[in-house]
Ligand binder design. Structure first.
Ligand code: SF4
Length: 433
């Protein structure tokens, strides 16, 4: 491609915002400039190029035990390894697309294995909390149109989701809910003063590990109780009283929480407390609570897994029907406990979140890794196959952090296979039923 081309309405899958209003100018097979992309996305898009007429025997395409291989050889070995595996793990899925995620589940089902997405190392405690106490949700569009108070709790979107504020919470859309007619009142609750905290109208600094205590105190205040102590989790009582009043007196509030709240021991109780705070606030006004998702299509993996197995992650299909058990069937657990004898990774973005023990197992068992771009892996896979990136080389669908499906368009051509093609090849060639 030598001429200049401009692609509009491109969606970015680098983070859970899945911004779909980007314009990319492509010159000489490279993204030369971007419009509406954040700095992270700009740098990311500039890594890609058309992949045409390359040497298919090069290491860029396919390797077997670190050596360049033909795709046919790799697939043949892959089918043999999968057919011989007694209890395989299928892991990843967050950079795939709906069809690839569906096929990965089909393969795990056929093999009687375990399937898990990178959600199990991210917002898994949040899902457990939703299942216990329910959740009050909305689309990001509704937040943009209606919220007059926004809280980020344990989240620093200026760095992790750079356009979240501009697109959804601080965009200055004129709505009847906002008394100043411009922007929602921004509150940040965190253990350190982050860049987002510096931009906030109100920053509430809490002691590390005290989220539950602060949330419980807030719940009491919203319910009309009086607090007896002077200080809760590093926050003065008067500060909590004014925060509770601010939250209870708005027209529409939206609370976004990140891994600062949902990670660590008993994190599901923190998330339960946030969800119950929203329920308490409903006596006064409308509040919604949403997660800040990390990867572009991790929400899609949840949705497709729920649709096909009834559960969002950590699902075992070894008995011929789905069983859900986070802490037992999550990727880290089955790898650490050496309960699986093969791992098929559909996308390698989740590997950095695995524990050292889990990675050690990956270096000892056969591994088949489908990578969407050259990713540094902490082990040498038995088979590594480069596949097209959805939203760059091939169209697809990704689910935004609010579970809204976003169509992905492609702007580069590629000779690489898609993960759908590879999974289909593996599935149809299996020698066991
Ligand atoms: S905020 Fe996230 S989805 Fe939006 S352009 Fe930046 S990296 Fe991409």
């Amino acid at each position: 491609m030598n001429s200049q081309q401009v692609f509009t309405d491109v969606a970015c899958t680098l983070c859970g915002c899945v911004c779909d209003d980007l314009s990319l100018t492509v010159v000489n097979n490279r993204v030369e400039s971007t419009k509406h992309a954040c700095d992270k996305a700009s740098t990311w898009f500039q890594k890609f190029e058309s992949i045409l007429n390359r040497d298919r025997q090069s290491k860029d395409f396919c390797t077997v035990r670190g050596e360049a291989s033909s795709l046919e050889t790799a697939l043949k070995l892959g089918r043999t390894l999968l057919s011989d595996a007694c209890h395989p793990l299928v892991y990843g899925l967050s950079s795939s697309s709906t069809k690839g995620q569906g096929l990965a589940i089909q393969l795990a089902d056929r093999l009687g294995g375990v399937i898990d997405s990178s959600a199990s190392t991210g917002h898994a405690p949040s899902v457990l909390a939703f299942q216990r106490v329910g959740e009050s949700t909305s689309s990001l569009g509704e937040v943009k149109s209606r919220a007059d108070v926004v809280v980020y709790w344990g989240s620093n979107p200026v760095e992790s989701h750079p356009r979240h504020l501009d697109r959804y919470t601080r965009c200055g859309t004129d709505t009847p809910n906002r008394t100043d007619g411009t922007k929602a009142f921004l509150i940040v609750v965190d253990v350190v003063e982050t860049e987002t905290a510096r931009q906030a109208d109100l920053f509430v600094k809490i002691d590390p590990g005290s989220d539950f205590e602060v949330l419980w105190a807030l719940r009491g205040l919203v319910q009309g109780l009086t607090l007896s102590d002077e200080n809760y989790g590093g926050v003065r009582r008067e500060e909590l009283v004014s925060l509770a009043e601010k939250m209870a007196s708005c027209h529409y509030g939206a609370l976004f929480f990140g891994q600062g709240l949902s990670q660590g021991s008993l994190a599901h109780l923190n998330v339960e407390a946030v969800l119950q705070l929203a329920t308490d606030l409903h006596r006064h006004t409308r509040w919604v609570v949403r997660r800040m998702r990390r990867f572009g299509d991790v929400a899609g993996a949840d949705n497709v897994l729920c649709w096909q197995t009834g559960y969002p992650f950590s699902v075992s299909l070894s008995r011929g029907f789905p069983r859900y058990q986070p802490g037992e069937f999550s990727a880290c657990d089955v790898l650490e406990n050496r309960e699986v004898d093969l791992c098929l990774m559909v996308g390698a973005e989740g590997v950095q979140q695995l524990t050292q023990e889990a990675v050690e197992t990956l270096s000892e068992i056969p591994t088949i890794v489908l990578t969407h771009q050259s990713t540094e892996l902490p082990f040498t896979p038995t088979i590594e196959i480069a596949v097209q990136m959805y939203g760059v080389h091939s169209p697809g669908t990704a689910y935004r952090m609010d579970d809204t499906p976003i169509p992905l368009r492609s702007f580069f051509e590629s000779d690489l296979p898609t993960d759908v093609e590879i999974l289909n090849e593996l599935l149809t060639g299996l020698t066991r039923e």
